[in-house]
Design a protein around this ligand. Structure first.
Ligand code: PHE
Length: 468
Protein backbone atom coordinates (compact mmCIF):
# COMPACT_ATOMS: atom_id res chain seq x y z
CA UNK A 1 0.00 0.00 0.00
CA UNK A 2 2.88 2.32 0.72
CA UNK A 3 5.27 2.09 -2.16
CA UNK A 4 3.58 4.69 -4.35
CA UNK A 5 2.63 7.01 -1.54
CA UNK A 6 2.99 10.69 -2.30
CA UNK A 7 5.27 13.00 -0.38
CA UNK A 8 5.68 16.71 0.18
CA UNK A 9 8.14 18.30 -2.22
CA UNK A 10 10.13 20.17 0.41
CA UNK A 11 10.29 21.12 4.06
CA UNK A 12 9.06 24.61 3.31
CA UNK A 13 6.29 23.11 1.25
CA UNK A 14 5.06 21.03 4.14
CA UNK A 15 5.14 23.87 6.62
CA UNK A 16 3.32 26.12 4.21
CA UNK A 17 0.72 23.44 3.55
CA UNK A 18 0.19 22.63 7.22
CA UNK A 19 0.13 26.31 8.10
CA UNK A 20 -2.12 26.78 5.09
CA UNK A 21 -4.50 24.23 6.55
CA UNK A 22 -4.41 25.85 9.97
CA UNK A 23 -4.60 29.47 8.86
CA UNK A 24 -7.96 29.96 7.29
CA UNK A 25 -11.42 31.31 7.85
CA UNK A 26 -11.03 30.14 11.43
CA UNK A 27 -8.44 32.81 12.09
CA UNK A 28 -9.73 35.75 10.11
CA UNK A 29 -13.45 35.24 9.85
CA UNK A 30 -14.30 33.26 12.92
CA UNK A 31 -11.76 34.14 15.62
CA UNK A 32 -12.73 37.82 15.73
CA UNK A 33 -16.44 37.19 15.96
CA UNK A 34 -16.04 34.38 18.50
CA UNK A 35 -13.90 36.68 20.61
CA UNK A 36 -16.46 39.44 20.14
CA UNK A 37 -19.38 37.25 21.12
CA UNK A 38 -17.59 35.78 24.14
CA UNK A 39 -16.44 38.96 25.83
CA UNK A 40 -13.09 39.58 24.13
CA UNK A 41 -9.95 39.51 26.23
CA UNK A 42 -10.86 36.76 28.70
CA UNK A 43 -11.84 34.48 25.82
CA UNK A 44 -8.57 35.25 24.08
CA UNK A 45 -6.53 34.46 27.17
CA UNK A 46 -8.27 31.11 27.68
CA UNK A 47 -7.87 30.44 23.98
CA UNK A 48 -4.11 31.04 24.11
CA UNK A 49 -3.70 28.69 27.07
CA UNK A 50 -5.65 25.97 25.23
CA UNK A 51 -3.65 26.50 22.03
CA UNK A 52 -0.23 26.19 23.59
CA UNK A 53 -0.94 23.43 26.10
CA UNK A 54 -3.58 21.29 24.44
CA UNK A 55 -3.40 22.27 20.77
CA UNK A 56 0.36 22.11 20.35
CA UNK A 57 0.56 18.75 22.13
CA UNK A 58 -2.23 17.28 20.04
CA UNK A 59 -0.59 18.55 16.85
CA UNK A 60 2.70 16.85 17.77
CA UNK A 61 0.74 13.68 18.48
CA UNK A 62 -1.11 13.84 15.17
CA UNK A 63 2.11 14.35 13.20
CA UNK A 64 3.74 11.45 15.04
CA UNK A 65 0.91 9.01 14.39
CA UNK A 66 0.58 10.03 10.76
CA UNK A 67 4.24 9.76 9.92
CA UNK A 68 4.72 6.57 11.93
CA UNK A 69 2.03 4.74 10.02
CA UNK A 70 2.27 6.59 6.69
CA UNK A 71 -1.49 6.37 6.66
CA UNK A 72 -4.30 8.91 6.76
CA UNK A 73 -6.58 9.18 9.78
CA UNK A 74 -8.70 6.04 9.51
CA UNK A 75 -5.85 3.79 8.44
CA UNK A 76 -3.54 5.13 11.12
CA UNK A 77 -5.95 4.26 13.92
CA UNK A 78 -6.83 0.93 12.36
CA UNK A 79 -3.18 0.05 12.01
CA UNK A 80 -2.89 -0.06 15.80
CA UNK A 81 -6.30 -1.33 16.78
CA UNK A 82 -9.45 -2.13 14.87
CA UNK A 83 -11.55 -0.99 17.79
CA UNK A 84 -10.16 2.52 17.32
CA UNK A 85 -11.12 2.81 13.66
CA UNK A 86 -14.18 4.80 14.68
CA UNK A 87 -12.03 7.68 15.92
CA UNK A 88 -10.64 8.02 12.39
CA UNK A 89 -14.10 7.71 10.89
CA UNK A 90 -15.31 10.44 13.23
CA UNK A 91 -12.58 12.59 11.69
CA UNK A 92 -13.82 11.91 8.18
CA UNK A 93 -17.37 12.74 9.29
CA UNK A 94 -16.08 15.97 10.86
CA UNK A 95 -14.30 16.92 7.64
CA UNK A 96 -17.54 16.37 5.75
CA UNK A 97 -19.51 18.45 8.20
CA UNK A 98 -17.01 21.31 8.21
CA UNK A 99 -17.10 21.21 4.44
CA UNK A 100 -20.85 21.60 4.82
CA UNK A 101 -20.43 25.28 5.67
CA UNK A 102 -16.82 26.21 4.96
CA UNK A 103 -17.18 26.56 1.16
CA UNK A 104 -20.19 28.81 1.72
CA UNK A 105 -18.02 31.32 3.56
CA UNK A 106 -15.17 30.70 1.10
CA UNK A 107 -17.61 31.70 -1.64
CA UNK A 108 -18.45 34.91 0.24
CA UNK A 109 -14.76 35.79 0.36
CA UNK A 110 -14.44 35.20 -3.35
CA UNK A 111 -17.55 37.23 -4.08
CA UNK A 112 -16.15 40.11 -2.03
CA UNK A 113 -13.11 40.34 -4.28
CA UNK A 114 -15.47 41.36 -7.05
CA UNK A 115 -17.81 43.36 -4.89
CA UNK A 116 -14.88 45.42 -3.63
CA UNK A 117 -13.86 46.20 -7.17
CA UNK A 118 -17.37 47.06 -8.30
CA UNK A 119 -18.49 49.78 -5.96
CA UNK A 120 -19.06 48.16 -2.57
CA UNK A 121 -16.87 50.74 -0.88
CA UNK A 122 -18.40 53.76 -2.54
CA UNK A 123 -21.38 53.75 -0.21
CA UNK A 124 -19.81 53.10 3.17
CA UNK A 125 -23.11 53.37 5.03
CA UNK A 126 -24.63 50.48 3.10
CA UNK A 127 -21.83 47.94 3.56
CA UNK A 128 -23.66 46.10 6.36
CA UNK A 129 -26.92 45.87 4.41
CA UNK A 130 -25.12 44.68 1.31
CA UNK A 131 -23.72 41.76 3.28
CA UNK A 132 -27.10 40.84 4.74
CA UNK A 133 -28.73 41.02 1.33
CA UNK A 134 -25.99 38.99 -0.30
CA UNK A 135 -25.89 35.98 2.03
CA UNK A 136 -29.67 35.61 2.09
CA UNK A 137 -29.94 35.73 -1.69
CA UNK A 138 -31.02 32.33 -3.04
CA UNK A 139 -28.72 32.28 -6.07
CA UNK A 140 -25.73 34.59 -5.90
CA UNK A 141 -23.85 32.99 -2.98
CA UNK A 142 -24.49 29.53 -4.42
CA UNK A 143 -22.73 30.45 -7.62
CA UNK A 144 -19.70 31.74 -5.74
CA UNK A 145 -19.63 28.68 -3.54
CA UNK A 146 -19.69 26.53 -6.66
CA UNK A 147 -16.64 28.32 -8.04
CA UNK A 148 -14.86 27.99 -4.71
CA UNK A 149 -15.55 24.25 -4.54
CA UNK A 150 -14.42 23.81 -8.11
CA UNK A 151 -11.04 25.32 -7.22
CA UNK A 152 -10.82 22.83 -4.36
CA UNK A 153 -11.54 19.90 -6.61
CA UNK A 154 -8.94 21.00 -9.15
CA UNK A 155 -6.21 21.43 -6.52
CA UNK A 156 -6.88 18.24 -4.58
CA UNK A 157 -7.20 16.20 -7.78
CA UNK A 158 -3.69 17.34 -8.71
CA UNK A 159 -2.35 15.77 -5.55
CA UNK A 160 -0.01 16.82 -2.81
CA UNK A 161 3.11 18.52 -4.08
CA UNK A 162 1.72 19.74 -7.38
CA UNK A 163 -1.48 21.29 -6.10
CA UNK A 164 -1.82 21.90 -2.41
CA UNK A 165 1.79 22.79 -1.80
CA UNK A 166 2.17 25.28 -4.63
CA UNK A 167 -0.95 27.27 -3.83
CA UNK A 168 0.10 27.93 -0.25
CA UNK A 169 3.58 29.22 -0.92
CA UNK A 170 2.69 32.49 -2.60
CA UNK A 171 -0.54 33.66 -1.13
CA UNK A 172 -0.02 32.93 2.55
CA UNK A 173 2.78 35.51 2.81
CA UNK A 174 0.62 37.99 0.90
CA UNK A 175 -2.15 37.56 3.42
CA UNK A 176 0.24 38.19 6.26
CA UNK A 177 1.51 41.47 4.81
CA UNK A 178 -2.02 42.71 4.15
CA UNK A 179 -3.20 41.92 7.64
CA UNK A 180 -0.32 43.90 9.09
CA UNK A 181 -1.26 46.80 6.87
CA UNK A 182 -4.90 46.70 7.96
CA UNK A 183 -3.90 46.34 11.60
CA UNK A 184 -1.72 49.44 11.40
CA UNK A 185 -4.54 51.43 9.83
CA UNK A 186 -7.02 50.12 12.37
CA UNK A 187 -5.02 50.98 15.48
CA UNK A 188 -4.30 54.47 14.21
CA UNK A 189 -7.97 55.36 13.74
CA UNK A 190 -9.31 57.85 16.28
CA UNK A 191 -11.06 55.92 19.07
CA UNK A 192 -9.12 52.73 18.42
CA UNK A 193 -8.05 52.42 22.06
CA UNK A 194 -11.37 50.94 23.16
CA UNK A 195 -10.84 48.08 20.73
CA UNK A 196 -7.38 47.31 22.06
CA UNK A 197 -8.73 47.34 25.60
CA UNK A 198 -11.50 44.97 24.55
CA UNK A 199 -8.85 42.61 23.17
CA UNK A 200 -6.20 42.80 25.83
CA UNK A 201 -7.66 43.88 29.18
CA UNK A 202 -9.00 40.66 30.68
CA UNK A 203 -12.46 40.96 32.12
CA UNK A 204 -13.53 37.68 33.65
CA UNK A 205 -17.01 38.77 34.63
CA UNK A 206 -18.52 37.30 31.48
CA UNK A 207 -16.75 33.94 31.59
CA UNK A 208 -19.02 30.88 31.77
CA UNK A 209 -18.63 27.19 30.99
CA UNK A 210 -19.64 28.07 27.49
CA UNK A 211 -16.71 30.48 27.12
CA UNK A 212 -14.31 27.62 27.84
CA UNK A 213 -16.03 25.32 25.39
CA UNK A 214 -16.03 28.02 22.73
CA UNK A 215 -12.31 28.67 23.28
CA UNK A 216 -11.47 24.98 23.18
CA UNK A 217 -13.51 24.38 20.05
CA UNK A 218 -11.94 27.39 18.40
CA UNK A 219 -8.45 26.16 19.30
CA UNK A 220 -9.05 22.77 17.67
CA UNK A 221 -10.80 24.30 14.69
CA UNK A 222 -8.18 26.91 14.04
CA UNK A 223 -5.26 24.50 14.33
CA UNK A 224 -7.04 21.90 12.14
CA UNK A 225 -6.94 19.35 14.94
CA UNK A 226 -9.16 16.63 16.27
CA UNK A 227 -10.24 15.24 12.94
CA UNK A 228 -7.22 13.58 11.44
CA UNK A 229 -6.15 16.39 9.15
CA UNK A 230 -2.69 16.72 10.67
CA UNK A 231 -2.42 12.92 10.83
CA UNK A 232 -3.06 12.88 7.10
CA UNK A 233 -0.60 15.70 6.36
CA UNK A 234 1.98 14.07 8.65
CA UNK A 235 1.61 10.85 6.73
CA UNK A 236 3.10 12.50 3.65
CA UNK A 237 6.07 13.84 5.61
CA UNK A 238 9.63 12.67 5.20
CA UNK A 239 11.43 10.86 7.99
CA UNK A 240 14.03 13.62 8.33
CA UNK A 241 11.63 16.31 9.50
CA UNK A 242 11.62 17.40 13.14
CA UNK A 243 8.02 16.97 14.15
CA UNK A 244 7.91 19.01 17.38
CA UNK A 245 9.61 21.98 15.68
CA UNK A 246 7.22 21.90 12.78
CA UNK A 247 4.24 21.74 15.12
CA UNK A 248 5.52 24.75 17.03
CA UNK A 249 6.03 26.78 13.86
CA UNK A 250 2.56 25.97 12.57
CA UNK A 251 0.94 26.74 15.92
CA UNK A 252 2.80 30.03 16.26
CA UNK A 253 1.89 31.13 12.73
CA UNK A 254 -1.73 30.24 13.26
CA UNK A 255 -1.94 32.12 16.53
CA UNK A 256 -0.09 35.09 15.10
CA UNK A 257 -2.57 35.42 12.25
CA UNK A 258 -5.58 35.11 14.56
CA UNK A 259 -4.28 37.82 16.89
CA UNK A 260 -3.40 40.00 13.95
CA UNK A 261 -6.93 39.61 12.63
CA UNK A 262 -8.22 40.67 16.03
CA UNK A 263 -5.96 43.71 16.04
CA UNK A 264 -7.08 44.53 12.52
CA UNK A 265 -10.78 44.30 13.34
CA UNK A 266 -11.56 45.46 16.87
CA UNK A 267 -9.93 48.88 17.02
CA UNK A 268 -11.70 49.79 13.78
CA UNK A 269 -14.94 48.29 15.00
CA UNK A 270 -14.93 50.42 18.12
CA UNK A 271 -13.75 53.45 16.18
CA UNK A 272 -16.77 53.08 13.88
CA UNK A 273 -19.15 52.43 16.78
CA UNK A 274 -20.13 48.93 15.66
CA UNK A 275 -21.12 45.96 17.81
CA UNK A 276 -18.43 43.46 18.88
CA UNK A 277 -20.95 40.63 18.88
CA UNK A 278 -21.83 41.27 15.24
CA UNK A 279 -21.48 37.59 14.32
CA UNK A 280 -20.44 35.95 11.06
CA UNK A 281 -20.61 39.16 9.07
CA UNK A 282 -17.85 40.84 11.05
CA UNK A 283 -14.90 40.78 8.62
CA UNK A 284 -17.14 41.26 5.64
CA UNK A 285 -18.43 44.50 7.10
CA UNK A 286 -15.58 45.93 9.15
CA UNK A 287 -12.74 45.42 6.67
CA UNK A 288 -14.54 47.07 3.73
CA UNK A 289 -15.55 49.88 6.07
CA UNK A 290 -11.91 50.52 6.99
CA UNK A 291 -10.86 50.60 3.38
CA UNK A 292 -13.81 52.71 2.30
CA UNK A 293 -12.23 55.62 4.14
CA UNK A 294 -9.05 55.46 2.12
CA UNK A 295 -10.40 56.39 -1.28
CA UNK A 296 -9.29 54.70 -4.49
CA UNK A 297 -6.34 52.87 -3.03
CA UNK A 298 -8.71 51.40 -0.42
CA UNK A 299 -10.64 49.65 -3.17
CA UNK A 300 -7.49 47.95 -4.33
CA UNK A 301 -6.48 46.95 -0.80
CA UNK A 302 -9.92 45.55 -0.09
CA UNK A 303 -9.82 43.46 -3.24
CA UNK A 304 -6.36 42.11 -2.39
CA UNK A 305 -7.48 41.39 1.16
CA UNK A 306 -10.37 39.27 -0.07
CA UNK A 307 -8.14 37.48 -2.57
CA UNK A 308 -5.84 36.56 0.30
CA UNK A 309 -8.80 35.54 2.48
CA UNK A 310 -10.06 33.34 -0.32
CA UNK A 311 -6.67 31.69 -0.60
CA UNK A 312 -6.42 31.19 3.15
CA UNK A 313 -9.82 29.54 3.02
CA UNK A 314 -8.81 27.47 0.03
CA UNK A 315 -5.62 26.08 1.55
CA UNK A 316 -7.74 25.03 4.54
CA UNK A 317 -10.62 23.55 2.64
CA UNK A 318 -8.31 21.53 0.41
CA UNK A 319 -6.96 19.94 3.58
CA UNK A 320 -10.48 19.08 4.65
CA UNK A 321 -11.25 17.62 1.26
CA UNK A 322 -7.96 15.73 1.38
CA UNK A 323 -9.01 14.01 4.62
CA UNK A 324 -12.07 12.57 2.92
CA UNK A 325 -10.23 11.79 -0.32
CA UNK A 326 -7.30 10.13 1.46
CA UNK A 327 -9.75 7.91 3.30
CA UNK A 328 -11.27 6.74 0.02
CA UNK A 329 -7.82 6.33 -1.53
CA UNK A 330 -6.16 4.51 1.39
CA UNK A 331 -9.07 2.46 2.65
CA UNK A 332 -11.31 1.96 -0.35
CA UNK A 333 -8.53 1.75 -2.95
CA UNK A 334 -10.24 4.43 -4.98
CA UNK A 335 -8.32 6.29 -7.62
CA UNK A 336 -7.47 9.89 -6.54
CA UNK A 337 -9.49 11.67 -9.21
CA UNK A 338 -12.55 9.56 -8.64
CA UNK A 339 -12.29 10.05 -4.88
CA UNK A 340 -12.05 13.81 -5.29
CA UNK A 341 -14.92 14.11 -7.76
CA UNK A 342 -17.34 12.10 -5.68
CA UNK A 343 -16.37 13.96 -2.53
CA UNK A 344 -16.80 17.29 -4.30
CA UNK A 345 -20.21 16.29 -5.59
CA UNK A 346 -21.61 15.59 -2.13
CA UNK A 347 -20.07 18.79 -0.81
CA UNK A 348 -21.93 20.80 -3.43
CA UNK A 349 -25.19 19.46 -2.06
CA UNK A 350 -24.44 20.06 1.61
CA UNK A 351 -23.09 23.50 0.72
CA UNK A 352 -26.27 24.45 -1.13
CA UNK A 353 -28.46 23.44 1.81
CA UNK A 354 -26.22 25.28 4.18
CA UNK A 355 -26.17 28.48 2.15
CA UNK A 356 -29.91 28.47 1.63
CA UNK A 357 -30.44 27.98 5.36
CA UNK A 358 -29.33 31.59 5.81
CA UNK A 359 -32.05 32.83 3.49
CA UNK A 360 -35.09 31.16 1.96
CA UNK A 361 -34.64 27.93 3.96
CA UNK A 362 -34.24 29.66 7.30
CA UNK A 363 -37.49 28.14 8.55
CA UNK A 364 -36.12 24.63 8.17
CA UNK A 365 -34.32 23.51 11.32
CA UNK A 366 -32.72 20.34 12.63
CA UNK A 367 -32.72 20.02 16.43
CA UNK A 368 -33.45 23.72 16.69
CA UNK A 369 -30.84 25.11 14.30
CA UNK A 370 -30.51 25.74 10.57
CA UNK A 371 -28.32 23.57 8.32
CA UNK A 372 -25.34 25.96 8.37
CA UNK A 373 -25.36 26.13 12.17
CA UNK A 374 -25.97 22.40 12.44
CA UNK A 375 -22.67 21.64 10.69
CA UNK A 376 -20.84 24.48 12.37
CA UNK A 377 -21.93 23.90 15.97
CA UNK A 378 -21.64 20.12 15.87
CA UNK A 379 -18.07 20.14 14.63
CA UNK A 380 -16.84 23.17 16.51
CA UNK A 381 -18.40 22.42 19.86
CA UNK A 382 -18.35 18.62 19.94
CA UNK A 383 -16.65 16.59 17.26
CA UNK A 384 -13.25 18.27 17.15
CA UNK A 385 -12.82 18.47 20.91
CA UNK A 386 -13.91 14.88 21.43
CA UNK A 387 -11.84 13.82 18.41
CA UNK A 388 -8.80 15.50 19.97
CA UNK A 389 -9.52 13.82 23.28
CA UNK A 390 -9.82 10.41 21.61
CA UNK A 391 -6.51 10.99 19.84
CA UNK A 392 -4.84 11.89 23.13
CA UNK A 393 -6.20 8.78 24.82
CA UNK A 394 -5.15 6.69 21.85
CA UNK A 395 -1.62 8.09 21.78
CA UNK A 396 -1.25 7.99 25.56
CA UNK A 397 -2.70 4.55 26.20
CA UNK A 398 -2.63 2.50 22.99
CA UNK A 399 0.49 3.51 21.06
CA UNK A 400 3.71 2.34 22.72
CA UNK A 401 5.70 5.04 24.47
CA UNK A 402 8.95 3.83 22.88
CA UNK A 403 7.42 4.10 19.42
CA UNK A 404 6.43 7.69 20.07
CA UNK A 405 9.83 8.59 21.40
CA UNK A 406 11.45 6.93 18.41
CA UNK A 407 9.20 8.82 15.99
CA UNK A 408 9.57 12.20 17.67
CA UNK A 409 13.36 11.95 17.87
CA UNK A 410 13.70 10.53 14.34
CA UNK A 411 15.02 7.22 15.62
CA UNK A 412 17.11 8.81 18.35
CA UNK A 413 19.03 11.08 15.98
CA UNK A 414 17.71 14.28 17.53
CA UNK A 415 16.65 15.36 20.96
CA UNK A 416 13.17 16.28 22.08
CA UNK A 417 13.89 17.48 25.60
CA UNK A 418 10.26 17.93 26.53
CA UNK A 419 9.25 14.41 25.51
CA UNK A 420 8.20 13.26 28.97
CA UNK A 421 6.28 16.41 29.72
CA UNK A 422 4.54 16.17 26.35
CA UNK A 423 3.76 12.50 26.93
CA UNK A 424 2.17 13.11 30.31
CA UNK A 425 0.17 16.07 29.05
CA UNK A 426 -1.22 13.90 26.27
CA UNK A 427 -1.83 10.88 28.46
CA UNK A 428 -3.38 12.53 31.51
CA UNK A 429 -3.98 16.27 31.20
CA UNK A 430 -5.71 16.49 27.84
CA UNK A 431 -8.28 13.70 28.32
CA UNK A 432 -9.33 15.13 31.67
CA UNK A 433 -9.24 18.77 30.60
CA UNK A 434 -11.30 18.19 27.47
CA UNK A 435 -13.80 16.06 29.36
CA UNK A 436 -14.28 18.74 32.02
CA UNK A 437 -14.63 21.56 29.49
CA UNK A 438 -17.00 19.52 27.34
CA UNK A 439 -19.27 18.65 30.25
CA UNK A 440 -19.34 22.19 31.67
CA UNK A 441 -19.81 23.73 28.25
CA UNK A 442 -22.50 21.36 27.11
CA UNK A 443 -24.51 21.90 30.29
CA UNK A 444 -24.26 25.62 29.68
CA UNK A 445 -25.16 25.77 26.05
CA UNK A 446 -28.49 26.65 24.49
CA UNK A 447 -28.57 23.79 21.99
CA UNK A 448 -28.58 20.85 24.42
CA UNK A 449 -30.53 18.60 22.07
CA UNK A 450 -27.98 19.12 19.32
CA UNK A 451 -25.11 18.44 21.71
CA UNK A 452 -26.66 15.19 22.87
CA UNK A 453 -27.22 14.23 19.26
CA UNK A 454 -23.52 14.82 18.57
CA UNK A 455 -22.50 12.64 21.49
CA UNK A 456 -24.92 9.95 20.33
CA UNK A 457 -23.30 9.95 16.87
CA UNK A 458 -19.89 9.37 18.45
CA UNK A 459 -21.29 6.63 20.67
CA UNK A 460 -22.92 4.84 17.75
CA UNK A 461 -19.70 5.03 15.74
CA UNK A 462 -17.86 3.58 18.72
CA UNK A 463 -20.30 0.72 19.15
CA UNK A 464 -20.15 -0.28 15.50
CA UNK A 465 -16.42 0.33 15.27
CA UNK A 466 -15.60 -3.30 14.50
CA UNK A 467 -17.66 -3.04 11.32
CA UNK A 468 -16.00 0.13 10.04
N1 PHE B 1 -8.04 25.42 10.51
C1 PHE B 1 -8.93 25.87 9.49
C2 PHE B 1 -9.28 27.32 9.72
O1 PHE B 1 -8.86 27.91 10.67
C3 PHE B 1 -10.18 25.03 9.42
C4 PHE B 1 -9.91 23.58 9.44
C5 PHE B 1 -10.38 22.80 10.47
C6 PHE B 1 -9.14 22.98 8.44
C7 PHE B 1 -10.11 21.45 10.52
C8 PHE B 1 -8.85 21.64 8.48
C9 PHE B 1 -9.34 20.88 9.53
O2 PHE B 1 -9.99 27.91 8.97
Amino acid sequence: MNQSRENWGSRMGFIMAAAGSAVGLGNIWRFPYMAGANGGSAFILIYLVFVFIIGLSVMIAEFAVGRRTSLAAVGAYKHYSKRWTFAGVLGVVSAFFIMGFYPVVGGWALAYVFKSLTGLLSNAGAIGDVFGGFITNPIEPLAWMGVFLLMNVVIVAKGIAGGIEKAGKVLMPTLFVLLILIAVRSVTLPGAGAGLAFLFQPDFSEVTGQTFLAALGQAFFSLSLGMGCMITYGSYLSKEEKLPNNALIVTALDTGVALLAGIAIFPALFAFGMEPAAGPGLVFVVVPSIFAQMGGIGTLFAAIFFVALTVAALTSSVSLMEVVAAYLIDQKQMERKKAVYSTGFIMVITGILSSLSLGIMSGFTILGVGVFDFFDILTDKIFLAIGGMLLAIFVGWVVKKEDLEDELTNGGTLTFGLFNIWYNVVKYVIPVAVAVVAVLGIMDIAQTGLMLFGLAVILVLGIFSHKL
